[in-house]
Design a protein around this ligand. Structure first.
Ligand code: PGA
Length: 252
């Protein structure tokens, strides 16, 4: 179901005690709000999930992991399965983040398997896509994003796809301080929704949540979120400060 979402991707930041204080701060700030116009998700590192989940009980905040394995279980040293993530209290998992693609060589085939296991374990997937700067400069950004979808989540059945949230994150905007303009974000989000219509149908497209990610902060969130096809944000740097994160949530 389409909904407004603000998700904090903490990446490789915050020790366990730091994660606990950050989440406590977020909860206490959100408790002062009468009503929220967006679902709030936090994605701490694996080692903080268990404790953070305990703190989130009774709050409206949902828990996500930042990654999960492309195998069910077994001899895969260092990996964490979708089943384990679900069992520790996550409702969501982020897959296909550009940092995973760039630094850990995650390609479409692996991502397809990761999505498959995540869905089997009843996780909703925040699936990240987005072009590099050079690709945008060459005018290839639409083609790149289309390929990223066609080779992975567009092969899912309509029913399976209803558990996919798309996060459009232009790589040139991640952690750089450079945000896509509100127009650039809307243009790409509308394009993604059109692709979903073509691959499935209008109903599916209308019901898909499409988030923007890349240097989203309190000063630009209102502009970005007011676009008809931008349903919220996947927030990196600004999610590490409770006040900034909550200010972004309140931008709806
Ligand atoms: P950023 O990261 O907000 O720090 O640019 C966003 C992301 O990578 O999800």
């Amino acid at each position: 179901m389409r909904k407004n979402i603000v998700a904090g991707n903490w990446k490789m930041n915050k020790t366990l005690p730091e994660s606990v204080s950050l989440v406590k701060e977020i909860i206490s700030l959100l408790n002062k709000e009468n009503s929220l116009q967006a679902e709030v998700i936090v994605a701490p590192t694996y080692v903080s999930l268990y404790e953070v989940n305990k703190l989130l009980k009774g709050s409206k905040i949902k828990l996500s992991a930042q990654n999960s394995a492309s195998e069910h279980s077994g001899a895969y040293t260092g990996e964490i399965s979708a089943e384990m993530i679900k069992a520790v209290g996550c409702d969501y998992v982020i897959l296909g983040h550009s940092e995973r693609r760039a630094y850990y060589g995650e390609r479409d085939a692996i991502l397809t398997r990761k999505v498959e296991f995540a869905l089997k374990n009843e996780l909703e997937v925040i699936f990240c896509i987005g072009e590099r700067l050079l690709e945008r400069e060459k005018g290839e950004h639409f083609k790149v994003v289309e390929g990223q979808l066609k080779n992975t989540v567009f092969n899912l059945s309509e029913n399976e796809f209803s558990n996919i949230i798309i996060a459009y994150e232009p790589i040139w905007a991640i952690g750089t301080g450079v945000t896509a303009s509100s127009e650039q974000a809307q243009e790409m989000h509308a394009f993604i929704r059109k692709l979903i219509t073509e691959n499935y149908n209008t109903d599916v497209a209308d019901n898909t949540t499409i988030l923007y990610g890349g240097s989203c902060k309190p000063s630009n969130a209102v502009e970005l979120f007011k676009n008809p096809d931008v349903d919220g944000g996947l927030i990196g740097g600004a999610a590490l400060k409770a006040e900034d994160f909550v200010a972004i949530i309140k931008s709806f």
